[in-house]
Design a protein around this ligand. Structure first.
Ligand code: FAD
Length: 396
C-alpha cells in the first residue's frame, strides 16, 4: 500500500491565500451557480450589457470575474502569479483571446502571448502560458481549410502561412526563454487543423526537452487512438511529446451542433466512458516518461489520486508530472498538491471583462451542469469559514 502525502482535506493549506472577504465572494458566486435557470438568464444579460455598455460592468468585475479571472491586465495577473509563488503554486498565464476575426486582432493577441513569455522569464522557473489558437486566426477560416483536401488555393495558403508564423514566433520565443506553452483544445470543428499545428510545433521545439503541449479532450471518442498515433509519430520522428489531458469543456455545444447537422456526436454518451478514457490516457502517458511530459488538468480527485499512485509506484520524479486547475476552482487540490511536493499550477485567465465573458459563461455553465462540483466547492468554503470561526447561516 502506497502512502501518499497529499491531503485534499487540509483546508487551512487549501485556502490560506484567500482572505475572508474573498472566501465570502467565492461562496456567493458558487451559490448562484446552484440555479441553472439563473445562470442562463444572467449569461444572456451579461452579453447584452457588455454589447450596449450599460452600467453593470463593475458588478460583473467584482463578482464572477474576480472569482475566475486573475485581472484585467498583465500587471494584475503577475501580482497574483507572485502571490501563488509563495505557496509553491505555479501560474499558467492565459490572455483571454478567443474568437478573433481580423488580422489586426490576431497580431495583437500574438504580441500579448509573447509579452506574457517575456514577463514570466524574469520570475522563478516553471511558469507557463496557455494559447488559444482561435485568438490567432478566424475559426471560420480554420473550419474551411479543415475541409480542403491536400494543398489550399493560393490566397488561403498565404493566410495559413501567416497563421503558422504567428504560432511559431510564440513557440520559438518560449523555447528561448524556457517557458512552456499549452495549446488549448477548442471546438471539435477546429480539431484537425489545431492538432496539425500543435504537432508541427512539438516536432520543431520538443527536441531535447518539452516546450509545447497539445491538449487532448478525452470526452472525444477518437482521442485514445489519436494518442497512440501521436506516440508512434514522435518515436518515428524523434521528438518528445507534451500532452495536457482534459475531459473537455464544450460538451453541450458539440452535441447540439452534431445533432442539428445530422452528424455523429463526437463526444461519448456517458460520463463513465469519458472518465475511463481519461484515466486510461493518464496511465498511458505516465507509462512513457522518457517520451511524454504530462499535464493532468482536472478537478477530479479520483483521477488525481490515480496519477499520484502511479507516480509513487513507478518512482517518477514528483515534478515530472504537472497538475493544473482553473483559477477559482478546487483550491483544495492545487494547494495541497503543491504542499505535498508535486508540480501544481493554476490557469490564470486575464483580460478585460468584455473579453472574458465567453470564458466566464463556460465556467458558469460547466459548474451548473456538473453534478456535485458546485456542492463540493460550497461545502469546502463553508467548512473553511467555520474553521476560521465565522458565522455560517444554517441555510447556506
Ligand atoms: C487547467 C485546465 C485547463 C483546461 N484546458 C482546457 C482546454 O484546453 N480545452 C477544453 O476543452 N477544456 C479545458 N479544460 C476544462 C476541462 O475540459 C473540463 O471541462 C473541466 O476541467 C471539468 O472536468 P474535470 O475533469 O475537472 O471534472 P469532472 O467533474 O470529473 O468531469 C466533468 C467533465 O466530464 C465530461 N462529462 C460530463 N458528463 C458527461 C457525459 N454525460 N458524457 C460524456 N462526458 C461527460 C465533460 O467533459 C465534463 O466537463 C481545462 C481544465 C483545467 C483544469
Amino acid at each position: 500500500m502506497i502512502e501518499l502525502h497529499f491531503r485534499p482535506d487540509d483546508l487551512q493549506t487549501a485556502f490560506r491565500y484567500k482572505s475572508d472577504k474573498e472566501i465570502h465572494r467565492t461562496k456567493m458566486v458558487f451559490g448562484m451557480m446552484r440555479f441553472p435557470v439563473l445562470v442562463r438568464v444572467l449569461s444572456s444579460v451579461a452579453i447584452f450589457i457588455l454589447k450596449f455598455g450599460l452600467p453593470f460592468r463593475s458588478t460583473i468585475r467584482n463578482t464572477v470575474f474576480k472569482v475566475f479571472c486573475s485581472g484585467e491586465n498583465i500587471r494584475e495577473a503577475l501580482k497574483l502569479v507572485r502571490k501563488l509563488e509563495t505557496f509553491q503554486v505555479l501560474g499558467v498565464l492565459d490572455y483571454v483571446a478567443e474568437g478573433a476575426k481580423m488580422d489586426k486582432a490576431f497580431d495583437y493577441n500574438a504580441r500579448m502571448a509573447m509579452n506574457n513569455i517575456n514577463k514570466l522569464k524574469n520570475l522563478q522557473n516553471g511558469h507557463s502560458i496557455s494559447l488559444k489558437l482561435s485568438g490567432l486566426e478566424d475559426v471560420e477560416f480554420i473550419k474551411r481549410i479543415g475541409l480542403l483536401p491536400g494543398n489550399f488555393p493560393g490566397k488561403e495558403e498565404e493566410r495559413y502561412a501567416r497563421f503558422i508564423n504567428r504560432v511559431d514566433e510564440i513557440c520559438s520565443l518560449a523555447a528561448s526563454c524556457n517557458i512552456l506553452v499549452y495549446i488549448d483544445a477548442e471546438e471539435y470543428s477546429t480539431l484537425e487543423v489545431f492538432d496539425d499545428v500543435a504537432e508541427l510545433m512539438m516536432s520543431r521545439y520538443n527536441r531535447d526537452k518539452v516546450i509545447v503541449y497539445n491538449t487532448l479532450q478525452m470526452y472525444l471518442k477518437d482521442r485514445t487512438q489519436y494518442l497512440e498515433r501521436l506516440i508512434k509519430r514522435a518515436e518515428r520522428e524523434n521528438f518528445r511529446l507534451g500532452i495536457k489531458l482534459v475531459r473537455g469543456a464544450y460538451m453541450e455545444k458539440e452535441r447540439s451542433q452534431a445533432v442539428s447537422a445530422g452528424l455523429e456526436v463526437p463526444v461519448f454518451d456517458t460520463k463513465e466512458e469519458t472518465d475511463q478514457a481519461f484515466d486510461k490516457a493518464v496511465e498511458h502517458c505516465l507509462n512513457r516518461p522518457e517520451l511524454i511530459d504530462t499535464c493532468i488538468a482536472t478537478h477530479n480527485e479520483k483521477s488525481i489520486l490515480l496519477a499520484l499512485n502511479m507516480i509513487e509506484a513507478k518512482k517518477l520524479d514528483r515534478k515530472h508530472v504537472r497538475f493544473s486547475q482553473l483559477y477559482g476552482m478546487s483550491d483544495h487540490l492545487t494547494f495541497n498538491l503543491a504542499f505535498a511536493g508535486y508540480s501544481a499550477s493554476k490557469y490564470l485567465p486575464y483580460g478585460t471583462v468584455e473579453k472574458a465573458i465567453p470564458y466566464l459563461i463556460r465556467r458558469a455553465e460547466e459548474n451548473t451542469s456538473i453534478g456535485g462540483q458546485v456542492g463540493r466547492e460550497l461545502s469546502l468554503l463553508n467548512m473553511e469559514l467555520k474553521r476560521r470561526n465565522q458565522y455560517v447561516h444554517p441555510a447556506a
